[in-house]
Write a protein that binds this ligand. Structure first.
Ligand SMILES: *[C@@H]1O[C@H](CO)[C@@H](O)[C@H](O)[C@H]1NC(C)=O
Ligand SMILES: *[C@@H]1O[C@H](CO)[C@@H](O)[C@H](O)[C@H]1NC(C)=O
Ligand SMILES: *[C@@H]1O[C@H](CO)[C@@H](O)[C@H](O)[C@H]1NC(C)=O
Ligand SMILES: *[C@@H]1O[C@H](CO)[C@@H](O)[C@H](O)[C@H]1NC(C)=O
Ligand SMILES: *[C@@H]1O[C@H](CO)[C@@H](O)[C@H](O)[C@H]1NC(C)=O
Length: 395
């Protein structure tokens, strides 16, 4: 496994990073910020599935699973191949995973426990593999999130979701295998109670947590992964070993979204949360100044960076590095994103300009699976599947 990861990385390092030291700081960066992408764009728009919260959690996802079982199996097959490459006997590790992770589902909070059981039943994928698949998103989500406000205080929240880092470089096609597998699984989910929308979120079919969501009129939320030694894996192992005082990121995001009543109390809740994996939670409220990056940490108090439009801070932009730290030179999507936001100007902010910023390389890269666009007052959520035209940076 390690060799499999390191070999392509070594090649990438030689091909990309070394020449880059002599020329650009960052290859395949668009010199000019894109401004030519129309909105709505020509990229494929994902469909919407109504999740009926009045149904038994075991039955809620069944109609969607019927349509997407093959895509889900292909994705899980890839994950197992990657995990399996660590071990000599793949059949044995698949069996072990089912034996080890299957029962773990009964330690998970509701309704997630029953939803996963229902997804396993409807798709025929063993429960242990559904659990493994759900754990994966806790740990491997790389991205760019932006909250921006117009001069009259209207808030927009957009994000690119990049996924699959270091997992299976397809040498022939110069693509990430997992990201390829992931694109057909993206779906918008309309959470309904009594026939009324209570929240909307972008899901990967079979994953029950939330990484991107909106509660119309109230709040928008996205999560970006934060790398840390005491990271997601440690929290997950502790959970497996029986220490279960912390919350799973994706479940926390979904609970918080669905239960949100206003920006201020949601912000307090996020700041005080005890979450298993460190992360960046990006919040947008429904009026001027209500936008924040909250850095959650398993050991330290949360760090908050907030909009301050009166002082000219009309947007916050988060990638995968702490706002107080300089991003590493080989993954500086922040400088490029901030440059393009600044060039956009506050007066022009809206779906079109934001989509263009998120279409500029390297904020758009080979890991990018989707771009989601949200506007809180209208409850608007649209998600588009992304491909990065070559030559394109791998992350
Ligand atoms: C800034 O935006 C303008 C269009 O508004 C565009 O022509 C120009 O190339 C952009 N500058 C950079 C550095 O991207
Ligand atoms: C399943 O696919 C069919 C045909 O593409 C579509 O009409 C239907 O809405 C889909 N159902 C769900 C739950 O996605
Ligand atoms: C691999 O594991 C399976 C299940 O435990 C076992 O039946 C099989 O004999 C093993 N194969 C090898 C080559 O050890
Ligand atoms: C803010 O301005 C936009 C146009 O830029 C307009 O569509 C919107 O209705 C305005 N919103 C408010 C609350 O005034
Ligand atoms: C913003 O949210 C609060 C709390 O839900 C609500 O009372 C208020 O009416 C909302 N404001 C707008 C402009 O929608």
């Amino acid at each position: 496994m390690l060799a499999r990861i390191l070999a392509p990385l070594g090649v990438l390092a030689v091909v990309l990073l070394v020449p880059s030291l002599c020329q650009d700081a960052y290859p395949y960066t668009d010199r000019n910020c894109r401004t030519d992408v129309p909105y709505p764009p020509n990229d494929p728009k994902v469909s919407t599935f109504v999740l009926n919260l009045d149904l038994n959690p075991k039955d809620r996802w069944a109609p969607l699973m019927k349509n997407k079982t093959n895509e889900l199996k292909a994705m899980i097959g890839d994950i197992i191949n990657l995990v399996g490459a660590f071990f000599k006997n793949k059949t044995k590790i698949v069996n072990d995973l089912d034996t080890l992770l299957g029962p773990l589902v009964y330690t998970l909070p509701q309704p997630y426990q029953d939803e996963m059981i229902g997804i396993s039943d409807a798709s025929g994928v063993p429960l242990g593999q559904i659990v493994l698949y759900n754990i994966f998103y806790e740990v491997f989500t790389v991205c760019t999130s932006i909250v921006a406000e117009t001069p009259n205080g209207t808030l927009y929240h957009s994000r690119n979701l990049d996924f699959g880092l270091f997992l299976g470089w397809d040498v022939k096609n110069k693509k990430w295998e997992l990201t390829e597998r992931l694109r057909p699984l993206v779906v918008n989910v309309d959470y309904q109670k009594g026939g009324k929308t209570v929240a909307k979120a972008v899901h990967f079919v079979g994953y029950v947590g939330v990484l991107t969501g909106i509660k119309p009129g109230v709040i928008t939320m996205t999560m970006n992964e934060r790398y840390n030694i005491d990271g997601g894996f440690v929290g997950i192992f502790e959970w497996i070993l029986g220490q279960r005082s912390e919350q799973w990121m994706g479940f926390f995001m979904r609970d918080t979204l669905v239960e949100a009543t206003d920006y201020a109390s949601t912000k307090t809740k996020v700041i005080n949360a005890k979450i298993m994996s460190p992360g960046y939670i990006i919040l947008g409220g429904n009026k001027s100044g209500e936008g924040a990056i909250i850095v959650t940490d398993r050991e330290k108090p949360a760090y908050v960076e907030e909009l301050d439009p009166k002082k000219g801070k009309w947007f916050v932009l988060q990638t995968n590095y702490d706002p107080v730290d300089k991003p590493p030179f080989f993954d500086d999507r922040r400088t490029s994103g901030v440059r393009c936001m600044t060039n956009t100007t506050q007066k022009a902010v809206g779906f079109g300009p934001l989509y263009n910023v998120l279409s500029t390389k390297p904020n758009l890269n080979l890991l990018t699976a989707y771009t989601a666009m949200m506007q809180v007052d209208t409850g608007y959520l649209d998600t588009f599947i992304r491909e990065c035209p070559q030559p394109c940076y791998p992350w």
